[in-house]
Design a protein around this ligand. Sequence first.
Ligand code: PLP
Length: 362
Amino acid sequence: MKKFIYADNAATTSMDLEAFEAMKPYLMENYGNASQPYFFANPAKKTISDARERIAECIGAEPKEIYFTSGGTESDNWAIKGSAFSDGEKKATITSQIEHHAILNACTAIERLGYPVAYLPVTEEGIVKPERLKRYITDRTRLVSVMLANNEIGTIEPITELAKVTHEHDALFHTDAVQAVGHIPIDVKELGIDMLSASAHKFNGMKGSGFLYIRKGTEICPFADGGSQEYGMRAGTENVAAIAAMAVALKKNCDRMEETAQRLRKLEMVLLDALTAARIDYRENGSSNRLPGNVNISIKGADGEMLLHRLDLKGICISTGSACDSFNTRISHVIEAIHVPEEYARGTIRISFGKDTLKMKR
Ligand code: PLP
């Protein structure tokens, strides 16, 4: 087995071994359907309920406010569409220009149905200013959705202030916290938010699982109609194994958050110092208040795609700041929104360290 460097943890993370072990009983011997009334379903039922408690504790929520989903994309779609459709009125949604496509495309979908959506511009550091929200929000706004931390540049948004402005206008506040949960401290009550999306594979859990926090009393439609799972709000037989793993992974990450963050910040510095020493003309993107381990840089005159492939040949996995289609490479919407100068923009790459970077073997 050869060592390689996995530095794309914002895309996905390795599965935690204890989380993986926690899954096994629910795939093999305890495979009962949690909705059944007999004894054989009890371990699954108890595991779901324990996981809900553990996860709620990690983000300062009540267990009944955690709804298991298939991940970040589903949670984001539920928050956007579920609140838009919660009554017959076509009220407005406000989001930012730098959201993940799970939010942006869900917004496009409701716009097509006649629901107005506004997209807030950001500063050059990728910050959504509360003053800007004050100019856009009206008493016809139903929902404001701004991500907790950006998936490309790592910028952490002023969520408490944004939620305060939102509530002054009696609207709801949702945050896509997919990149933040398990990596920075989160208390939903302190943040004063109504909904929060999370995805397990970004914090060493299983892919295809996640949750939506919905504050008690929030007006929102069910995501899926069917059985009475998830308090009748998200029907479908629960993925017990993935839920069990998610709770273990999140608790472990939260317990070691400070220690991991310090290690990742050191790795960031080593990388940036090496680039400076090599006299590479680069600019750092994003705010200094950003996710630990996230380095987004634009190198003058470079081609991010080419760099990605060259590093790949050397066994190093990173990501670019671009979105490819079959004909051309476009600068990502985030890099465009923060106005990275043209001569740098095409040379944008994202390096995202994780707790296992430097330990990987292939
Ligand atoms: N939101 C953000 C900020 C993300 O980074 C991602 C994934 O990269 C998603 C949503 C989608 O999450 P999932 O992969 O669980 O569907």
